[in-house]
Design a protein around this ligand. Sequence first.
Ligand code: HXC
Ligand code: NAP
Length: 300
Amino acid sequence: MFQKDLLQRKRILITGGGTGLGKAAAQRFLELGAEVYICGRRQEVLAATERELHERTGGGNKNDDGRKKMIHSLACDVRDAAAVEAMIESIWADDPLDVLMNNAAGNFLARTEDLSLGAFQSVIGIVLMGTLHTTMACGRRWLATGHKGVVLNITTTYTTTGSAYVVPSAVAKAGMQALTRSLAVEWGNRGIRMNAIAPGPIPTEGAFSRLLPRPELEVEAKKRNPLGRFGTTEEFANLAAFLVSDGAGYINGEVVTMDGGEWLQGAGEFTALGRELTEKEWETMRPKKTAPKPASRRPE
Ligand code: HXC
Ligand code: NAP
């Protein structure tokens, strides 16, 4: 789908890059020539992903000199502003980043009235504050030196509609979306592009174990999708690679939905009704065919 050197010489940080969608993006970026940093809280998960991706991608970009290590992992809790600052400083000590992908998230299904303040703080802390910490740390450095930067935020399809039972996530992701559009404008004229991807359901252990607790719910979830299936990590990684590449240089402030049309299906007034109607009902609603009127005869 892409030229092999699409992301050559790009230095990219993916928060939450040790698992799921972040890991898939890390693999794709490495295959396309980028140098990738992944961060998360669990050191052992990061180390395993680093090893796996290093081996799977032949140590990174084969077009390079073959010596430089192209994948690095750093343990960091993005809720902790000081820890984020230290991580970004250590990356910059080598060279500036070119791309920041804010992908780390926390989420779970719960009735809102049951949630403690700590539950709200945990999810909002990861999703919204974590994104703010990394974005400010990179953004200030880019602005100070005139270095061009790209930010890609991973949101959800319920940022504008909200969603019952995932309220901490919905409010935090809505904030992330507002941040994306606001800074795309405020920083755009100084060389920083900022976009978001709003994925529909894509099977990952992290998301599905917390949000689809019974296998039969997956069947129902697929039925709610016009394409009748979930998205794939490869489809996600391809879109991410495109959006962070220079080829997408005029896309700024955009939230790209990739959900097979799922949220539109949920939003359409007549979608559910239309699926309920029988063949006979459709038939009775069609205009009746009437016999053509005889042509009027001209008076002679
Ligand atoms: C109610 C809960 C809860 C639950 C935790 N809490 N789970 N409350 N229902 N299921 C409360 C705890 O009681 C605690 O409150 C507070 O939240 C923090 O919980 P901890 O377990 O101490 O926090 P921590 O270990 O930091 O874990 C954070 C987490 C966890 C968010 C709770 O789920 C996590 O680590 N998630 C990371 C990965 C993830 O969520 N991936 C899915 C992303 S999918 P007190 O009051 O005791 O402090 C996604 C979009 C999917 O985002 C869209 C699909 C279409
Ligand atoms: P995932 O595998 O659980 O990914 C979440 C990642 O975030 C984990 O690697 C986790 O690692 C990291 N993380 C969590 N808290 C962190 C913190 N405080 N500091 C640093 N890292 C932290 O789930 P996923 O499905 O790949 O989700 C990736 C992104 O896609 C998320 O933004 C999610 O909201 C979004 N999304 C997913 C779907 C889907 O269907 N999969 C749909 C819509 C949107 P540690 O636990 O080691 O910290």
